[in-house]
Design a protein around this ligand. Structure first.
Ligand code: 4AD
Ligand code: MG
Length: 465
């Protein structure tokens, strides 16, 4: 018999028809006459109840059905008499695919801590919480492709292995096939990268932006959506060493167009979650964060506040004068830390903030320089409970200015000559941004640790599974 998904049986029940469901046992309880077995197949947060009449099945079969076991059940779908579920399956046949030793299976009980579940990340998709998160993660990826596809932007695959540091921040993981115990040396006594796989030093990408820009300057509007890697030793609830980033880049866009796109985009994703992930959001709201749904709705209902960095500093300085204490200093030129960003968003404006026009020293070499000679046309979007969720800018389109800024920031011309060349061949104003996929998921799921919104987190000292 064709397997039915539990989600369909619950949403559009075919009462009094014979159905087959397959999945993993969540709980089994019962009495001398019947067993009630709750199965989940991953299609929904909801389980389906199977009622097994003990006269019909051997006691050895019934006793092999324990929490975590994989079973298939064929039976009549009927309206349930019991509370807690609308339909149930009256078992006619049960097949046990895989038993699950109750003495060693780590997921016996409900309510394991998120910390414990991280230690058994290979099993946590079997929990309600991670089932919900992974379904939402899938939905957000789908929404992102939909959004850009509808706008006529093309999905570009940028390289994972690269020889340039797109952000110029020196946080790259090296990629090599050289034997680290026996490195080949050149005449000067330095490592001879000519002998390495690519004939030069290479790393995992920190961003697909530079290649994305090349594509935007031909296709008009593009976006990337891929893994990025940062060897920053930040052991925080918001940093991963391997995360996924979405980077749209659009020709003929200025910073204002860029802000409009980013606001429309993030709102589209939040709306998608509310429209397509209700059951999972309700579960997460009930168990982790009562304010979740209202916070999502709130973001949709308000325009993001748009301020310059200089205005932001003034607000923070005023707050300090009025007695607010921050751990890190506030002065014009300082790189804002998450406590500053969150003060602006959560306390001062109480809504998402787009901050622009940062001091050029604290931003990347590719940002368009303003007339004042001090600031660049960068923009960060700051979200409640997250801080920075998006970073982007209008790009420097002038060859000479770009080259001189890159050189000042220590980026060798030989690494980015191809990028610079686009400013010589049909350059145009253009802009783009990067959304951290897991930061978006933190916001949408209400989870507080980024390790809990990616299946297998990579953080300092952790590359298990
Ligand atoms: O601000 P970032 O470094 O900007 C860029 O990489 C640009 N190339 C983007 C562009 O203009 N095309 O990173 C962009 C976003 C951040 O706002 C944050 O959401 C996320 O990526 N991010 C991280 N997420 C998880 N872990 C990390 N270590 C992250 N670093 C950045
Ligand atoms: Mg940034």
């Amino acid at each position: 018999m064709k397997r039915s998904m539990i989600k369909e049986l619950i949403n559009t029940p075919t009462i009094n028809e014979t159905v087959t469901v397959k999945g993993w046992v969540r709980t089994k309880r019962g009495n001398k006459a019947v067993s009630f077995i709750a199965i989940n197949d991953g299609s929904s947060i909801h389980n389906i109840q199977v009622v097994a009449d003990l006269e019909k099945f051997s006691s050895s079969l019934i006793s092999s059905i324990t929490t975590g076991a994989a079973i298939g059940v064929t039976g009549l779908l009927v309206t349930s008499q019991g509370a807690g579920q609308s339909v149930e399956v009256q078992a006619q046949e049960i097949e046990v695919y895989g038993t699950c030793d109750p003495n060693t299976y780590p997921l016996q009980k409900k309510g394991h801590s998120l910390e414990f579940l991280r230690e058994i990340a290979y099993l946590r998709p079997r929990t309600n919480t991670f089932g919900a998160i992974l379904r939402i993660r899938h939905n957000m990826a789908f929404a992102i492709h939909n959004f850009f596809h509808q706008k006529g932007y093309y999905y570009i695959h940028t390289p994972i292995i690269t020889s340039s540091d797109a952000e110029g921040a020196g946080q790259m993981f090296r990629v090599t096939t050289l034997d680290l115990e026996k490195l080949p040396k050149n005449k000067e006594g330095n490592v001879d990268y000519k002998k390495d796989f690519f004939g030069k030093p290479t790393s995992l990408t920190v961003s697909g932006q530079l290649e994305g820009e090349l594509a935007a300057l031909a296709l008009g509007g593009i976006y990337t959506f891929g893994p990025t890697f940062r060897a920053e030793n930040s052991n925080t609830p918001r940093h991963l060493a391997e995360f996924w980033m979405i980077e749209p880049e659009v020709a003929f866009f200025d910073i204002n167009d860029n802000m409009d796109l980013a606001e429309e985009f993030t709102k589209y994703c939040v709306q998608w979650a509310l429209d397509h992930c209700r059951d999972d959001l309700n579960f997460l709201a009930e168990h982790y964060d009562k304010e979740l749904i209202s916070r999502l709705e709130f973001v949709l209902a308000h325009n993001y506040e748009r301020i310059t960095y200089t205005q932001g500093i003034e607000i923070l300085e005023t707050a300090i004068k009025e007695g607010k204490k921050f751990e890190f200093p506030v002065y014009w030129g300082a790189d804002l830390s998450s406590e500053h960003e969150r003060y602006l968003v959560e306390q001062h404006f109480q809504k998402p903030v787009i901050m622009t026009d940062y001091p050029k020293e604290i931003k990347a070499f590719y940002m368009k320089q303003n007339e004042d000679g001090k600031t660049v046309r960068g923009m960060d979007i700051l979200f409640p409970f997250i801080g920075e969720i998006i970073g982007g800018s209008e790009r420097e389109a002038d060859y000479e200015k770009l080259l001189s800024h890159a050189t000042k920031m220590g980026i060798p011309e030989k690494d980015i000559w191809w990028y610079l060349d686009t400013r010589r061949y049909g350059t145009v104003p253009h802009a783009g941004f990067g959304l951290g996929f897991e930061r978006l998921l933190l916001f949408v799921t209400g989870m507080s640790n980024i390790r809990d919104v990616i299946p297998f987190p990579r953080t300092p000292n952790n590359a298990e599974f």
